[in-house]
Design a protein around this ligand. Structure first.
Ligand SMILES: NC(=O)c1ccc[n+]([C@@H]2O[C@H](COP(=O)([O-])OP(=O)(O)OC[C@H]3O[C@@H](n4cnc5c(N)ncnc54)[C@H](OP(=O)(O)O)[C@@H]3O)[C@@H](O)[C@H]2O)c1
Length: 433
């Protein structure tokens, strides 16, 4: 065996929280297996944390040093790969930038950073001929990054449709299964550790948006600035709408999607009605799933644990092993051009899909006719309509599913109906997948 190849791969690990501890645990548990596969051991040399006194979920081996000094990772000539599992933007950016500048490969799980400042880091990695790998940044254990980068590399990707946030999916699933209101479902998710104390990124759709931006880069070789992506979270979803959707044969899911429309991309993150015949509708709890359609491969569905210590560590390890195996020859975004050009987006108002609209209206004659008239004027045709419930304070729910219509037409209808005195403000509208 070649002596140089037999030397261990030495890791500088930044972060010993959920994922960092998971990585140490899997490295300990699977040490022999990993060495056997790779022909080299993978060892952690130094671990960077903020608080040196904090109790840790794992016991570090005898040769491993714990430090609060980031320089100890980036300036150590004995560290081959810096693994960034700190999260956040500024400190993580600085660490990765320094590590790449110092000639070290980097593995990260940080989707927020890659969505916001990825282009700068990928350009630096390309200039230095180094690896910047990030399988764990999208959908945890689900190998979607490698699938897009390598397995489907010869395809034009027609669409990616994903349940990319386990917290949001857990909340929507428990609202659906137990009839819980949003706030109670969120509280339960927090108690069970599925949601952070500050769940903003998850419930407002931004965590899914970060991942979608990473996936768009991989699938199309295009950068998409976060502020250009339409993003809507799940806070407006109610058990009542979940029930109505179910009566029509749909589940409500937080969906991140992109479709290639002749070179321009139609992309966004929204709560959407997904027909129960689609596999995505049956993705329950904290699981993630991604459906990718290549022009040669046809549709492919990946499903698995989108977060958690060991599942996420599994993806981090895949990157470490891939870098070590490829003799450290990088394949970062899957495209040769760096920096990548910016994506050309379709105006979200031009998107075409069926729609779900839930009006709360005074229980009186002529209401249905007025709504139908507005829909007719905007070219929106109705596929199903129901009037539900006994009047409450004199109001009832009228719910429509439309045939395919431009979002612009629906906005027109909602502008008309918002001005009608017999309709309560705050009409609920979701797109249908
Ligand atoms: N949790 C998941 O299931 C999951 C799934 C996929 C991707 N990710 C991504 O993985 C990354 C890590 O997530 P996590 O859940 O493991 O986070 P976490 O539990 O909060 O752990 C963060 C770790 O980084 C250390 N750290 C943070 N800022 C630092 C700084 N400025 N200098 C030195 N050390 C610092 C912390 O040190 P102290 O312990 O001393 O405070 C802690 O050990 C994030 O980018 C996240 O988005 C997480």
């Amino acid at each position: 065996m070649n002596q140089a190849l037999a030397a261990p791969v030495r890791i500088g690990l930044a972060g010993l929280g959920t994922v960092g501890s998971g990585l140490v645990a899997v490295l300990q548990q699977n040490a022999d297996w990993i060495t056997g596969r790779l022909g080299r051991a993978v060892t952690v040399k130094t671990v960077l944390v903020r608080d040196l006194t904090k109790p840790r979920a794992v016991t570090l081996g005898p040769g491993v040093s714990l430090t609060a000094d980031a320089e100890a990772l980036v300036s150590d000539p004995d560290i081959d790969i810096v693994v960034e599992l700190m999260g956040g933007i500024d400190a993580a950016f600085a660490l990765i930038h320094k590590a790449l500048s110092a000639g070290k490969h980097v593995v990260t799980a940080n989707k927020a950073l890659l969505a916001k400042r990825g282009p700068e880091l990928f350009a630096l990695a390309a200039a230095k001929g180094l690896g910047l790998y990030y399988e764990a940044s999208c959908a945890g254990a689900v190998p979607i990054v490698e699938t897009l980068k390598s397995s489907l590399a010869g395809n034009r990707i027609k669409s990616i449709i994903g349940i990319l946030n386990g917290t949001a999916n857990y909340i929507l699933s428990s609202m659906s299964e137990k009839g819980l209101p949003f706030a109670d479902a969120l509280k339960k998710a927090q108690e069970l550790g599925y949601a952070e104390a500050d769940p903003t990124l998850d419930i407002q759709g931004y965590d899914a948006a970060h991942k979608l931006i990473v996936l768009i880069r991989l699938a199309y070789g295009r950068n998409l600035p976060l502020e250009k992506l339409p993003v809507e979270g799940i806070t407006a979803v109610t058990p009542e709408d979940i029930r109505f959707a179910r009566e029509f044969g749909y589940a409500i899911k937080l969906i991140g999607q992109v479709r290639d429309l002749d070179g321009r991309l139609a992309a966004g993150v929204w709560p959407m009605l997904v027909h129960e015949d689609f596999l995505l509708a049956s993705v329950k709890g904290a699981f993630n799933a991604v459906r990718v359609e290549g022009n040669a491969s046809g549709p492919i569905m990946l499903h698995g644990k989108g977060a958690g210590d060991l599942p996420t560590a599994s993806a981090v390890l895949a990157d470490i092993l891939a870098l070590a195996r490829q003799g450290m020859i990088p394949n970062n975004t899957g495209f040769l051009t760096e920096p990548l050009p910016e994506a050309e987006l379709v105006d979200p108002d031009d998107f075409i899909s069926p729609h779900y609209i839930h009006f709360t209206v005074k229980d009186q004659a002529g209401v249905m006719a007025a709504i139908s008239k507005s829909m007719g004027e905007h070219g929106v045709s109705i596929s199903q309509a129901v009037q539900k419930g006994v009047p409450e304070d004199g109001y009832v729910s009228i719910v429509f599913l439309t045939h395919e219509a431009q979002n612009r037409a629906i906005t027109g209808v909602l502008t008309d109906t918002d001005a009608m005195a017999f309709i309560k403000p705050g009409t609920v509208h979701f797109r249908v997948l």
